[in-house]
Design a protein around this ligand. Structure first.
Ligand code: ADP
Length: 800
């Protein structure tokens, strides 16, 4: 029955699928198929035979006899017809068939066959996959009677192909099993490695209670090896006597599949040491859901439990400590609400702890310190801690200052909170404030008194020194503090001989409770000079013990100088006063004695002597008072603008008669320079100088009063005489008090020796100078530099 294109197509597809299953296309030659092809050729006496398989385009020769070509185009082969018809096909002469264009079947260029006999290769499923064919170049070479033999051979071919399929299938199965076994081995090794490395104990028991696995962690803790225990029944020796029954019960319960809670149980190691293990048990069921193993895993919690116990006891102790603490221990949340506070701290503020807990701390801060709240939280956010002073209000409103150190804690399981420790320093702060006030008081007292004051410790080192004292000694206070004082300022006496520490009255004060006063010692300055001092040394007593010495000292240089001056002055003045008084007494004595009653002219002379001495005494006293007033700066200058010409003329007039009596001429030769001086004082000064000139000039000589500008600010006045002159070595000395060129000058000339000293004081107070130049026998000049009147000075200089 002719087949439709569709069935053909379906047959094609099925054949190709079958060929793929057999795996015969383009495969190496198969010896057993080659044998069958050879057998077919032998039976049929054919020179050529093959086993061929047809795919979409070609006929593939799986086995060949008599030729070497691998394949033949489909359209040129005769097998397509055998396969198509699914029946044996015998062609006696291809030349007589129109199906073969070449008139032959070409196995190669040279092999052109005229005879063809073939049987189809039919799979058990009825699919024709190929042919077993014999061919000959001769026509009519085959006989229909050989077809059954070929068919037998064809079935053998298909059987072999089927056998190959089943072999391949078997091979695949074996390979798959091997793969699974390899994977299983890897898995097992992996489990072993895990069990070997985990720190947890893994103990696997079978349902009989025999140990199946005892991992290295178990070995480590128990001291038993896996080899010793594996395969043995339930390891009783691992458990404490009193816990053994419980262990059995737990095992039985786990084996029954009942869910077990984690439990803790002791293991007794081989060395007798006990370990507390926290166990969990699970079961492993087989494919049938039957429990086959009990797997228990454990962790050694001995140390953890001990630590927990220690923690619990330390927590209890800590709680006790906090409660017993005399400081403040508190916690607050991140809103600033108090979470806890110890009783003492709460009571210190006047509350019970429960009154404060839950309250915002902000409300308890003193109003004028609330500004610190923000910076506190900033510090917490930035550094997680802060310390400083907390100014709280007590319940009664009184202030309380706490020195705190707070830390932000972020513990697992609890919201973050702040733990604070503090101590009440209110009293200390009060005391400190008082102390500071006292210290400030002490400092200001120390600095305001004129005396130098220093304190030293028992070793003789300076504890403190006031600025005045340090400066007296040429130091800054900082240079002295901490240094040994005696070798620094008290090492030698005034004459340079050493002053041993042992002899020093200051150090002796360390051992007696009374102050001492020393009047005549010296302290040495930084620059190597010394100052005469008076000092009082007083022991520094604290709690009845002497802890050092305080010394108050005065620089008595000036006082000594004044004393000396006073002594000198008194002796000089007494001497100066005694001379006229003696004369006065003598004159009056003579008169009073009545011896001169008969000689009135002599008595008159005595009266004159007495009068002259009286005058001299009055002058002396006046000069002394004047000098005292002027040299003690009691003089107030009343400056006015005075023209030098006017001034000198006036002085000349005042002394006119004296000069005339002495037979002298006084000339004024002055430039009209304006002076800025006290008129009366200048008249006094110049009168003194002119009267001296008159006194010491011979009659007929000339005295000149000169004035000229010296520079922009000064004028120079000169009183020049032609008198006896003054020796060069006395030129400076005559300006000192009671100093005269000749001891007789006072007596003969009626001077006091104070005139030039007074002149010098006045000129100095004007900011000027006075000096003398002289040639003995020729005359003297006294010069005064005096301030000019500033405004006019410039004008005058411009004109001249
Ligand atoms: P006195 O009151 O003794 O004059 P002064 O201090 O005025 O005291 O003078 C001191 C001494 O200076 C005089 O005693 C005299 O020896 C000397 N002296 C002063 N002026 C002259 C002068 N122009 N010529 C010489 N000697 C003078």
């Amino acid at each position: 029955m002719p087949q439709t294109a569709t069935t053909l197509h379906r047959g094609e597809a099925e054949r190709l699928k079958a060929l793929l299953q057999y795996g015969v296309l383009d495969s190496p030659s198969d010896p057993s198929l080659n044998e069958i092809a050879a057998l077919a050729a032998q039976i049929t006496h054919a020179p050529y035979a093959y086993v061929g398989f047809l795919d979409a385009n070609r006929l593939f020769f799986k086995s060949r006899v008599g030729f070497s070509e691998r394949e033949q185009p489909r359209e040129a082969c005769a097998c397509q017809y055998t396969i198509q018809d699914s029946q044996p096909l015998l062609i006696q002469d291809t030349a007589k068939e129109s199906r073969f264009a070449a008139g032959a079947i070409c196995l190669s260029e040279e092999i052109r066959c005229r005879s063809y006999m073939a049987v189809p290769l039919i799979s058990p499923a009825g699919i024709v996959v190929g042919t077993l064919a014999v061919l000959s170049t001769e026509p009519g070479a085959f006989d229909q009677g050989d077809v059954p033999a070929l068919e037998i051979l064809a079935r053998q071919i298909v059987t072999r192909l089927e056998y190959y399929i089943s072999i391949r299938h078997q091979e695949r199965t074996v390979r798959a099993r091997q793969r699974i076994e390899r994977a299983l081995t890897v898995e097992r090794n992996f489990v072993s490695a895990v069990l070997d490395t985990v720190s947890a104990l893994v103990l696997v028991l079978d349902t009989a209670g025999r140990i199946v696995r005892f991992n290295p962690a178990c070995e480590r803790i128990s001291g038993y090896s896996s080899a010793e225990l594996v395969g043995r029944p339930f390891p009783e020796e691992l458990f404490l006597d009193e816990e053994r029954d419980r262990a059995h019960a737990l095992f039985r319960s786990a084996r029954s599949g009942a869910p077990t809670e984690p439990y803790e149980m002791h293991w007794v190691a081989r060395d007798g040491k006990r370990h507390l293990i926290a166990w969990t048990a699970t079961t492993l069921a087989d494919a049938m859901g039957e429990v086959s193993f009990v797997i228990t895993t454990g962790v050694d919690v001995t140390e953890q439990r001990e630590a927990e116990a220690a923690l619990r006891s330390s927590e209890a102790r800590y709680r006790q400590l906090v409660e017993g603490s005399l400081g403040m221990v508190c916690t607050h949340d991140l809103e600033g609400n108090l979470l806890s506070i110890n009783t003492h701290a709460a009571e210190n503020l006047g509350y019970k702890p429960e009154e404060l807990i839950g309250q915002s701390m902000y409300g308890h801060i003193q109003d004028d310190h609330k500004h610190g709240w923000d910076s506190y939280w900033r510090a917490m956010a930035e550094h997680g801690e802060d310390q400083g002073l907390l100014y709280l209000k007590k319940k009664d409103g009184s202030p309380c200052v706490i020195a705190f150190r707070n830390k932000l804690l972020n513990l697992p399981g609890t919201p973050p909170f702040v733990l604070g420790h503090g101590i009440d320093i209110t009293e200390k702060t009060d005391a400190e404030n008082k102390l500071h006030a006292l210290m400030r008081q002490r400092e200001s007292i120390l600095e305001s008194v004129g005396d130098g004051i220093y304190g030293m410790d028992m070793e003789g080192c300076i504890l403190f020194v006031n600025r005045v004292g340090a400066h007296m000694l040429g130091f800054e206070p900082e240079e002295l503090e901490g240094r040994e004082i005696h070798p620094l300022i008290h090492h030698s006496r005034a004459d340079g001989t050493p002053y041993p520490w042992e002899d020093c009255p200051i150090q002796k004060t360390r051992h007696r409770h009374t102050a001492i006063r020393v009047l005549d010692e010296v302290f040495w300055r930084k620059d190597g000079t010394y100052i005469p001092v008076e000092y009082v040394a007083c022991p520094l007593v604290a709690n009845g013990n002497i802890t050092g010495v305080v010394v108050a000292f005065q620089d008595v240089t000036e006082r000594r100088r004044l004393d000396r001056m006073k002594d000198e002055f008194i002796s000089t003045v007494s001497h100066e006063l005694r001379t006229p008084l003696t004369s006065l007494r003598a004159a009056l004595g003579l008169i009073a004695g009545g011896k001169l009653d008969q000689r009135p002219e002599k008595a008159g002379q005595m009266f004159e002597v007495a009068m002259a001495n009286c005058d001299r005494l009055v002058r002396l006293v006046n000069d002394i008072l004047d000098f005292e007033r002027i040299s003690n700066d009691k003089l107030r200058l009343e400056r006015t603008e005075i023209n030098a010409v006017d001034l000198l003329r006036r002085v000349a007039e005042l002394q006119h008669s004296s000069a005339q009596n002495a037979g002298l001429r006084v000339l004024v030769d002055a430039e009209p320079v304006e002076l800025w001086v006290d008129n009366d004082r200048l008249v006094q000064t110049l009168t003194n100088l002119l009267s001296n000139a008159i006194k010491f000039s011979p009659p007929g000589s000339e005295i000149k009063l000169l004035a000229r500008p010296l520079n922009e600010s000064e004028a120079l006045i000169e009183v020049r005489d032609e008198g006896r002159g003054i020796p060069a070595e006395k030129l400076d000395m005559i300006f000192e008090r009671f100093q005269q060129v000749d001891a007789s000058d006072s007596r003969d000339m009626g001077g006091t020796g104070l005139g030039l000293a007074i002149c010098r004081s006045i000129v100095r107070q004007h900011g000027g100078r006075i000096w003398a130049e002289s040639t003995v026998g020729k005359g003297s000049s006294f010069f005064l530099s005096l301030p000019r009147h500033v405004a006019t000075a410039a004008v005058h200089d411009a004109i001249s």
